[in-house]
Design a protein around this ligand. Structure first.
Ligand code: HEC
Ligand code: HEC
Length: 489
């Protein structure tokens, strides 16, 4: 693997203002010849973006910035501790309004292509691709009522005027005149944030154990290697079909997403207040003023609110002319969400757009038993749990009703009218017609192996000190099974 894509053209195109050349400190990695990577060129716009990214005084609460929901040590995802254990972030003027989606990682987000329908939905920013660029995306959180909650661009600028250090950095690059035109100033803030998210090495370190292994500078354990093979095997994990382990042309490195969209029928998460139509905040019982009106939910749907991804409920910002057009009437796309990267996945729980799963074992168990265990319509004779049968979960483990009882309705986070949109034909969903009958495509041991491999995708590996690698609890080898590869527990 050659490291030719360390600095690509899109990065420099954003803000070609005055330029500082900094030594790279991103991954501390080196190329095949053992020399240091080329220096990363950073503009001063990136430094402005960094100041804004962590400036909580720019929010209505005074307590929230981009960096509150996108925490650097968590690969720029949210922090469940800050969010009182909810799967969605808190925000608003009093930090008691609940959001609707789990905050995605921003590491490697700058490689996302613009939204396009040419070869099926691909690219765009947000989990539904409704923002056209990192810059237009970055304007939104400032004025989203359940996030940083400013009324409008003028309020954002009034806060910027009071934040001395950030203001100084901003005017040094963008001048003072633009402050008289708040929408234009907010646009410049978006450009600065995009420069930061694109240029700063922490957003594209490529310093995982897997990256060093590709360069011959780290060794995978037998279990990790087995996991990689299963990840790539089209009749086992088949993960690479959507989370490619090979470069796809967006960079010389594999990004573990192809930026396409898919509907994978994730269970409804009852911890999201919007899903239960709660009208008061779980934090302080204040009215939830931000519950959005559900749109385009079929009349006969079981619940009033659904998050249907490409179909809404969220629409593109009106001031983002290049954003994707509204797809709410394209009902075949209802329930589709963008495939996320799996880099750093071991440190970014909870998982999926609705944060329904707490750990990677659960994710994998759900993937391979989705249509075996729960889906009684697809599978009138579910495999019994236990030896020789389904080694994982009892029927109804994953799909629950609001009261916690098994919900045998298939795919309960979608209106029943759209159940046919769910991808049932592809491994690892163990389609009933798949050769081998009703057995899951992965054994429990094979699931452990894939999890072990996913744990090699965490950035920050140091080949001179492999034992210092960040190995979260869910990545600890499972002692009793690590020597019996391929054999079911
Ligand atoms: C209250 C928490 C919160 C704050 C504050 C916040 N974000 Fe986010 N961010 C989210 C959530 C949740 C999503 C996913 C929303 C969706 O898909 O509709 C998201 C999505 C994104 C994405 C899209 C990533 C992708 O792969 O498509 C980017 C980029 C981003 N945020 C950057 C920022 C920036 C820059 C700021 C500051 C201006 C910011 N965020 C502030 C929670 C937050
Ligand atoms: C047919 C496409 C497809 C295949 C095959 C696939 N995935 Fe996914 N994966 C997705 C999509 C789409 C999402 C996001 C869904 C959402 O959030 O609603 C996702 C999300 C995930 C997530 C959560 C990521 C996060 O940041 O929350 C993990 C973990 C994951 N996949 C692992 C795997 C593994 C491991 C395999 C192989 C066993 C696999 N996937 C196979 C499409 C796929």
């Amino acid at each position: 693997m050659h490291r030719v894509g360390w600095f690509n053209e899109r990065r420099s195109a954003l803000a070609a203002l005055s330029v500082l050349v900094l030594a790279s400190c991103g991954g501390g990695s080196s190329d095949e010849t053992g020399t240091a990577p080329p220096p990363v060129t950073q503009t001063t716009a990136s430094a402005v973006g960094k100041a804004i990214f962590f400036d909580t005084s720019l929010s209505a609460s005074g307590k929230q910035a981009c960096g509150t929901c996108h925490v650097p040590t968590r690969a720029y995802t949210g922090d469940p501790t800050t969010d009182h254990g909810l799967p969605v972030p808190l925000g608003g003027p009093n930090m008691d309004q609940t959001g609707f989606r789990n905050a995605p990682s921003l590491v490697y987000a700058s490689f996302t292509p613009p939204f396009s329908l040419t070869n099926g939905p691909t690219g765009g920013f947000f989990r539904d691709g409704r923002a056209s660029s990192l810059a237009t995306q970055a304007e939104q959180p400032f004025v989203t009522p359940f996030e940083m909650a400013n009324q409008d661009a003028a309020e954002v600028v009034s806060r910027l005027l009071k934040s001395t250090a950030t203001l100084q950095a901003f005017t040094a690059v963008y001048g003072e005149a633009v402050l008289d035109d708040p929408p234009a100033a907010l646009e410049d803030m978006g450009l600065a944030l995009a420069a930061y998210e694109t240029e700063d090495p922490s957003f594209h370190p490529f310093s995982s154990k897997y990256d060093y292994w590709l360069q011959g500078q780290a060794q995978l354990t037998a279990q990790e290697q087995s996991g990689l093979d299963l990840f790539n095997n089209p009749v086992k994990g088949n993960c690479t079909a959507c989370h490619p382990s090979q470069p796809q042309g967006y960079d010389s490195h594999a990004l573990f997403t192809d930026f396409t969209y898919d509907n994978i029928g994730i269970p409804r998460n009852w911890q999201i207040p919007a899903n239960t139509q709660d009208s008061v905040s779980p934090i302080d019982s204040a009215p939830l003023s931000t519950v959005i009106t559900p749109v385009d939910v079929p009349n006969d749907a079981e619940y009033r609110y659904y998050d249907m991804g490409l179909c809404g409920p969220f629409k593109s910002a009106t001031d983002d002319p290049d954003a994707r057009v509204d797809l709410s009437q394209t009902t075949g796309m209802c329930g589709m969400f963008k495939v996320p990267t799996l880099r750093n996945i071991a440190i970014t729980a909870p998982y999926f757009h609705n944060g329904n799963f707490q750990n990677l074992h659960q994710v994998l168990e759900w993937y391979v038993t989705r249509d075996i265990n729960n889906n009684t319509a697809n599978n009138p004779n579910p495999v019994a749990a236990g030896p020789g049968g389904n080694p994982y979960m009892a029927i109804g483990t994953f799909y629950l009703s609001a009261t916690g009882t098994p919900d045998l309705d298939e795919y309960n986070d979608l209106p029943a009218d759209y159940d046919a949109n769910v991808n049932v034909g592809e491994v690892p969903y163990t389609p009933p017609t798949f050769g081998g009958g009703q057995a899951p495509t992965l054994t429990a041991q094979e699931i452990d192996d894939i999890v072990a491999f996913l744990c090699t995708l965490t950035d920050g590996f140091d080949p001179t000190s492999p034992s210092a690698y960040n190995v979260p609890a869910q990545c600890a080898p499972i002692a009793s099974t690590s020597t019996t590869q391929g054999i079911s527990r």
